[in-house]
Structures are given as C-alpha cells and as structure tokens.
Design a binder for this molecule. Structure first.
Ligand code: PGA
Ligand code: ZN
Length: 420
C-alpha cells in the first residue's frame, strides 16, 4: 500500500468542556478527505505525551491550541506532503522523529494524534473499508466491546465532595452491544430516579454521570447496586458488573490517600478494595493507587490481581516502554488505552500488542474532554480488546461512541461480543 498525502490541516475547535482542542483534516492524492477531533484529559498522568497549550492568558485562560494548529498547518504539512508513504506507521514514525523529544513536547501530542487519526480514517476510506476493519491487527480477532458506562462522577470531573472519580457499570451478561447499551441507559434512568427520590441533585459531571453530594464510595456502590436491581437486571458478572476508576493519583498526597476526610496508607487502600469486592459486584478497578506508588501497586496486584481486573491508566500512559517495565515489575493485569496519552495511532496499537502478548487485557477509553469523534469505537472493535469506556449513556460526545458501536453491530451481526 503506497499513498500520497496532499493536504494536512487543523483548526481550533471546542471540546465538550468548552476548552479549545484541534480538529484535523487529511487529504490523499485520490481525493479522499477525513477529519478527526482530538480528546483532552483532566486527571492526567505525569508521563503522558505533552498536550501543547499556548499559555497566552489573553485567550481561553492560556488554554488555546493555536501553536499546535500552526504545527499541523506548517511543519507537519510540509513534512508529510509531496512524497510516497508505505504505511500509517511510517508516517507516525516520521512525525515522532520530526518532533525529536521523548514526549512530543515540541510539536504537541494533540497535533500528532489528530493527524494520525485523520490519516488512519482517510486510508480506511480510500481502501473502501470501515475504520474498524482497516485497522492493522496484532493477533486479537475483531469483536464488539462491552461498553463501560460511567454513571456517577466525582474527583476532577465533578464539583461534589466525592474523591473517587468514576463509578461505571458493565453489562457483561448482555448478549450483544445493542442490549448492553439498552441496559446501560435503563440503569442510568433508574439511578436518576433513586438519586432524586433521596433528595439529591441530578446534575451531571464532565463524563455525563450524575454528580450528587455523596462522599463515601461505599454509599455510591449501594445506590448503584439498587439501581441495577430497580431496572430489572442482576448485579454481577452474569448481569451488570461495576467498574471503578478512583483515579487515586488525584487524592494521593504525601504518601497518604485522602478519602472522605480519612487518611489511608497504601495497605489500607488495598484492604478497603478487598472489602469492597467482597460486598459489591466489582469486576475491575482502574488507578486504585497513585501513579508514583510502585510498591503499593505491587501489593495491590498480588492481593487482588487473581480476582479482578486491575487497570493501569495514570501509571501506564498508553506508553509502550512504561507498560513493558510495569509488566516486568508485576504491576496491574490490564491497561487503559488512550490515543492522546501517547500521541499516534501506531504507538497506541503497539502498546496494546505488548499487553496482548503479556496476557494483560486492554480497555479503550475516551477522555473527560471529548468531541463527537467516534474513532475509539472503531478502535475497540478492530483491535478486539473487548471493552470500551466512554462515559455515561448521555451527552452527545459520549453517546456518539455508543451509537457508533450499535451501527457497526448492525452491519456486522456476526461479530462476537464481550470479553470472551
Ligand atoms: P481524564 O480522565 O480524561 O480526565 O484523564 C479519564 C480517566 O482517568 O480515565
Ligand atoms: Zn483513569
């Protein structure tokens, strides 16, 4: 497959939080044009690739992305146009080399990932394939992912007193993605009713989950289990399981975890999670401990890794080298996968391939700042990882991904669904 790029362009647009991000466009010599929207996180790992912001406080409080836009329209366009390329990975490698830093600090990972996503989409369209079918695989056959709905928000994503960031529901028992989406939406509606009846406000956090004034994680788990039952589903693996992303780096300060006014050690946290999974149908915990708590993560993995999925996000940053080291150190048994944490589609696929070879599961993820771009739905299907978290079954930028899954499922009813 050899191709030529004739156009590379970017524009500053707004994300779902009203902050600037990039929309990128790539055009091929056969006339195919494709567009991508770049996501943006709020509870970011310190070793993520650099999201370039202008720092000009006269615009968007310094959050403008005109420098990154300029890098796409100038340097990256000059680099990529007017020559033959053999693959997406060749283009991604050229962008990484042109950037020249270990973390895309010069050109910006928001610039490179936007170009990489738009190019992948253009190459798929040019070959007459859907994006999910075109994406290069690494040994996991395609399958529909179980959606993981973030129905209750705290931490950096909501103004409430809740320290844990995400309480998610995974309809593991659903026979197909359409039924899984229905289950997610029905439990979400039941949860709204329960919260209202208890006198809570039902305003939403950044990822579309409710953000009530609850502070104790176990109290939230109680109400979610009740909502699952209210909606007529069975809490647990055969029905709807719960997944947590406490995003513990955000409340890990000076070696202690601050949860609802209490200060806990790493060991206390591990035992708290052990008690939670005894009492509640929790199948997965992401970022249960802080990104710098290496020893704590080893203890967590030894203690609970045989029972549930332990997902590394802030500590892994979708970075192939970091994940390789973590696997060698026996940390976690799963990785969260976010394109903009590493900055190209090819490196994202490499990170997933490393996990696959080590027996680590992978969960594809949105960011708390999103656009309606549904690239990650195709990424989840094409890589066959079996799980996608992309917020509540509410808010346009979140449901765009779930709707794309249902569209793919309608066209490919034979694809297997779920974790397998
Ligand atoms: P972020 O949160 O996009 O704000 O970083 C998502 C997550 O922690 O998984
Ligand atoms: Zn996370």
């Amino acid at each position: 497959m050899s191709f030529e790029i004739t156009g590379v362009a970017a524009l500053e647009i707004l994300d779902s939080r009203g902050r600037p991000t990039l929309q990128t466009t790539v055009t091929l010599s056969d006339g195919t044009t494709a567009v991508a929207g770049v996501p943006s996180g709020a509870s970011t790992g310190t070793r993520e690739a650099v999201e370039l912001r202008d720092g000009d406080t006269a615009r968007f409080g310094g959050g403008g992305v005109l420098t990154a836009v300029g890098n796409v329209n100038g340097e990256l366009a000059d680099l990529l146009r007017g020559q033959k390329w053999e693959s997406l990975s060749a283009v991604d490698e050229a962008m990484v080399a042109a950037d020249g830093t270990p973390n895309k600090a010069r050109l910006g990972a928001n610039a490179t990932v936007g170009v990489s996503m738009a190019l992948a989409r253009a190459l798929a369209a040019s070959s007459g394939q859907s994006l999910h079918a075109w994406l290069p695989g690494f040994g996991q056959p395609p399958r529909m992912p179980v959606p993981c709905f973030n129905v209750l928000n705290g931490g950096a994503h909501a103004p409430n007193a809740l320290d844990f960031q995400e309480f998610m529901i995974s309809p593991l028992g659903a026979p197909n993605v359409t039924e899984a989406v229905r289950a997610g939406a029905e439990v979400y509606a039941a949860l709204r009713k329960r919260l209202s009846a208890a006198g809570h406000a039902t305003g939403l956090g950044d990822e579309g989950g409710f953000a009530p004034e609850l502070a104790e994680p176990e109290e939230v788990l109680e109400v979610i289990v009740a909502a699952i039952t209210d909606a007529g589903y069975t809490p647990g693996r055969t029905g709807i399981a719960i997944a947590l992303d406490p995003a513990a780096s955000e409340f890990h300060k000076a070696g202690r975890y601050h949860v609802n006014g209490k200060q806990l050690s790493s060991h206390d946290m591990v035992e708290r999670y052990a008690a939670m999974i005894e009492r509640y149908p929790i199948g997965s915990i992401e970022d249960g401990l802080g990104e710098s708590d290496h020893d704590g993560w080893q203890e967590l993995t030894t203690r609970l890794g045989g029972q549930i999925q332990l997902v590394g996000d802030d500590n892994f940053c979708t970075n192939p080298a970091i994940i390789t080291a973590a696997i060698a150190d026996g940390i976690a048994n799963s990785a969260l996968i976010k394109l903009n944490q590493i900055g190209t589609v090819s490196e994202t696929l490499e990170a997933m391939a490393i996990c696959h070879r080590a027996g680590y599961t992978q969960m594809i993820s949105h960011r708390s700042g999103e656009t309606p771009d549904s690239f990650i739905a195709d990424l989840a299907v094409g890589t066959g990882c079996g799980q996608l978290k992309t917020g509540a079954p509410a808010r346009g930028e979140r449901v765009a991904k779930y709707n794309r899954l249902m569209e793919i499922s309608a066209h490919h009813p034979d694809l297997p669904c779920g974790l397998g």
